[in-house]
Design a protein around this ligand. Structure first.
Ligand code: AMP
Length: 118
């Protein structure tokens, strides 16, 4: 199965505008267009991996880089000390909307419980 590109591939190649905060050979970070918290950043592997279900051992360096970049950006945003949340949604039940694996970095205010209360 060939994975279909999403808007995130265009952001990674800088073909469409986004507020880019970080980019290296493995990952790209940019501000979420519809922020759910004062800090809401997406950190994505440059390689198109649709969901966590397609992650392989070849991707371990890039997956680890998501965390080290999240740590650096949290410090840069001034939210490291108070704390933040990292989220990776997978498929329908996880609420995934864009099928290019991404880590959400959310913070800047108390984020409440893990899941919305019914
Ligand atoms: P998810 O539900 O985990 O797939 O999250 C997808 C996220 O991508 C949402 O928070 C959207 O607001 C965000 N998003 C969609 N399009 C863009 C875009 N062009 N630039 C920045 N963020 C985007």
């Amino acid at each position: 199965m060939t994975a279909e590109e999403t808007i995130f591939s265009k952001i990674i190649r800088q073909e469409i505008p986004a507020t880019l905060l970080y980019q290296d050979d493995l990952v790209t970070a940019f501000r979420d267009i519809q922020p759910k918290a004062p800090t809401h950043i997406l950190i994505v592997p440059n390689k198109l991996i649709p969901t966590v279900n397609q992650v392989t051992s070849d991707d371990e360096l890039a997956m680890g880089r998501l965390f080290t970049v999240a740590r650096k950006l949290a410090e840069q945003e001034g939210i490291a000390e108070d704390g933040y949340r990292l989220i990776v949604n997978c498929n329908r039940h996880g609420g995934q909307e864009v099928y290019h694996l991404h880590m959400h970095l959310l913070g800047g205010e108390p984020l409440g419980g893990l899941l919305p209360q019914a």
